[in-house]
Design a protein around this ligand. Structure first.
Ligand code: S3P
Length: 443
C-alpha cells in the first residue's frame, strides 16, 4: 500500500481544545447492526451508522450476498435476507483492515449452506485467526487459515454445527461474538464463558432483534435456530473516537470539550475510569438509553495529570484506547505503568512497539515490557518534541499522536494515516474545529 503510506498528517503546535462535538457512530455497534439486519426478517433502519471503511466493508459483503441496502437521508435501510437467505459470492470477500468484520463473519458464514473465502489487507492478514478457527472447528465447522491461523480464511458451508460451551483463552468480544453468531445456526445451546468481561454489544443487539439469550454463572449463550426480526436501531457516537478529543482536553490545562451522544456501555468505558484516575475531569450529562445502549454527553476538562498504575482488570474495557492513554501519560507527573495488555500487540499494529517508538521519537522516555509499557511523564511543564511518527497504518495511533500537537513545541509529522478513514471519516475537519492546527499531505 505505497500510496496509503504517503498519506500524512502535519500537526503544528499549540491551540486550545474547545467546542461541542459529535463524533461519528460506534464502529462495533455499526458492524453488528449490518450483520444482524442482513440475516433478519424484514427491514432494519439504522440511524447513525458509521460510514467508515471498516463498516462499509461489512456492508459490501452482505450486498454481494444479495442483501439490499439503501439510504434515506441519514438512515441506512437494510432489507433482511432472513436467516437462510444469503447467497454465495464467487471470489474472496475483502474485509480490508477490519478484524471485527473478519472474526464475526467467520462465525456467521460457518453456518451457511455455501462456501466463502475471507481476506483482508496486509495488516489483517498478519492478525491471529486461530482464536476463531478453534471454537468454530469444535462446533463442526470446516474452516482453514493460511499457514495455520492467518487469513485468508476458507470456509466450507453446508456443515451441521453443534452448540458448544466455549472458554476462550483471552477476553475478546470478537471471539465471543463469532461463537454466538455461529450458535444461531447450531443445534442446541451455544455459550461462551469469558476469562474477563468484554464488550457486550452483540448480546444487546441480538436481544433488540428478538433473540433470547441465557446467562448462567459467567456464561452467556443462546439456543440455535432462532430467527431475528428487523426494526429501528440507533447507533451512539463512538466512545473510542471521542477518546481522542477527551485526550486533547486532558492534556491542555483549562481546556474544555463537550462530546454529545456518546456510548458509555460499562463493558467498554474503561478509558473514563483511567483518565479520571489520572486527574481528568469527566462529567457524564444527560445519561439515557438509546437502542439498548447507555449514552451520555461527556464534558471533559483538562488539569494537572498524574501518572498511575493502570488496573489490569481495565484492559479489556479500554482495549482500543491505550494509544490515547499513553499520550496522556507522557504529560502526567510521574510514571504510568500498564501490564497485562499483551493483546495490544495483535491489534491493527503492534500497539506496544509502535507507540513506544513514537513516544521515544517525541522525547518521551519509555520502557517496553512484553505485555505493556512504562511511560515517564514530564509533568506540568512538559511539551512533546517535534518529530516524525510512523503510525504503521494504524488509525488509532495516527489520531492519538495528532492530539499530541496541542502539547508540542514543534511540528509533528505522522506518516501512513489513510486508515484513519476506517473508523473516523472526517477526523481532520473535526480536529480543526476543536482547535488543532492539522493538515493532510500526500507524499
Ligand atoms: C471489537 C472488539 C475488540 C476491539 C475491536 C472491536 C468488537 O477486539 O479491539 O476494535 O467490535 O468486537 P477484541 O474483542 O478482539 O479484543
Amino acid at each position: 500500500m505505497k500510496h496509503a503510506a504517503r498519506h500524512s498528517f502535519l500537526v503544528r503546535p499549540g491551540g486550545r481544545p474547545r467546542g461541542e462535538l459529535r463524533v461519528p457512530g460506534d464502529k462495533s455497534i455499526s458492524h453488528r447492526a449490518a450483520m444482524l439486519a442482513a440475516i433478519a426478517d424484514g427491514e432494519t433502519r439504522v440511524h447513525g451508522f458509521l460510514e467508515g471503511a471498516d463498516c462499509l466493508a461489512t456492508l459490501r459483503v452482505f450486498e454481494a450476498m444479495g442483501v439490499t441496502v439503501t439510504r434515506q437521508g441519514g438512515v441506512l435501510c437494510i432489507a433482511g435476507a432472513g436467516r437462510d437467505g444469503l447467497r454465495p459470492v464467487a471470489g474472496a470477500l475483502d474485509l480490508g483492515n477490519s478484524g471485527t468484520s473478519m472474526r464475526l463473519l467467520a462465525g456467521l458464514l460457518a453456518g451457511q449452506a455455501f462456501d466463502s473465502v475471507l481476506t483482508g489487507d496486509a495488516s489483517l492478514r498478519k492478525r491471529p485467526m486461530g482464536r476463531v478457527i478453534e471454537p468454530l472447528r469444535q462446533m463442526g465447522a470446516d474452516i482453514a487459515g493460511e499457514a495455520g491461523d492467518l487469513a485468508p480464511l476458507r470456509i466450507r458451508g453446508g456443515r451441521s454445527l453443534r452448540g458448544i460451551r466455549y472458554r476462550p483463552p483471552v477476553a475478546s468480544a470478537q471471539v465471543k461474538s463469532c461463537v454466538l453468531l455461529a450458535g444461531l445456526y447450531a443445534d442446541g445451546d451455544t455459550a461462551v464463558v469469558e476469562p474477563a468481561v468484554s464488550r457486550d454489544h452483540t448480546e444487546r443487539m441480538l436481544s433488540a432483534f428478538g433473540v433470547e439469550l441465557f446467562r448462567d454463572g459467567d456464561a452467556v449463550g443462546l439456543r440455535g435456530g432462532q430467527r431475528l426480526t428487523g426494526g429501528e436501531l440507533r447507533v451512539p457516537a463512538d466512545l473510542s473516537s471521542a477518546t481522542f478529543f477527551m485526550l486533547a482536553a486532558a492534556i491542555v490545562p483549562g481546556a474544555e470539550v463537550r462530546l454529545t451522544g456518546v456510548g458509555v456501555n460499562p463493558t467498554r468505558d474503561g478509558v473514563i475510569a483511567i483518565l479520571r484516575a489520572m486527574g481528568v475531569g469527566i462529567a457524564l450529562e444527560n445519561e439515557r438509553t438509546e437502542g439498548g445502549e447507555p449514552v451520555a454527553d461527556l464534558r471533559v476538562t483538562g488539569g494537572a495529570l498524574r501518572g498511575i498504575e493502570i488496573d489490569p482488570a481495565l484492559v479489556p474495557l479500554a482495549i482500543d484506547e491505550f494509544p490515547a492513554v499513553f499520550v496522556a501519560a507522557a504529560c502526567a507527573e510521574g510514571d504510568t505503568v500498564l501490564r497485562g495488555a499483551a493483546e495490544l500487540r495483535v491489534k491493527e499494529s503492534d500497539r506496544i512497539a509502535v507507540m513506544a517508538d513514537g513516544l521515544a521519537a517525541l522525547g518521551v522516555p519509555v520502557e517496553v515490557y512484553p505485555d505493556g509499557l512504562r511511560i515517564r511523564g514530564g509533568g506540568a511543564d512538559f511539551a512533546f518534541d517535534g518529530g516524525e511518527i510512523d503510525s504503521h497504518g494504524d488509525h488509532r495511533i495516527a489520531m492519538a499522536f495528532a492530539m499530541a500537537g496541542f502539547r508540542a513545541r514543534d511540528t509533528i509529522a505522522i506518516r501512513d494515516c489513510a486508515n484513519v478513514a476506517t473508523s473516523f471519516p472526517g477526523f481532520v475537519a473535526m480536529a480543526r474545529e476543536a482547535g488543532l492546527s492539522i493538515e493532510e499531505a500526500n507524499g
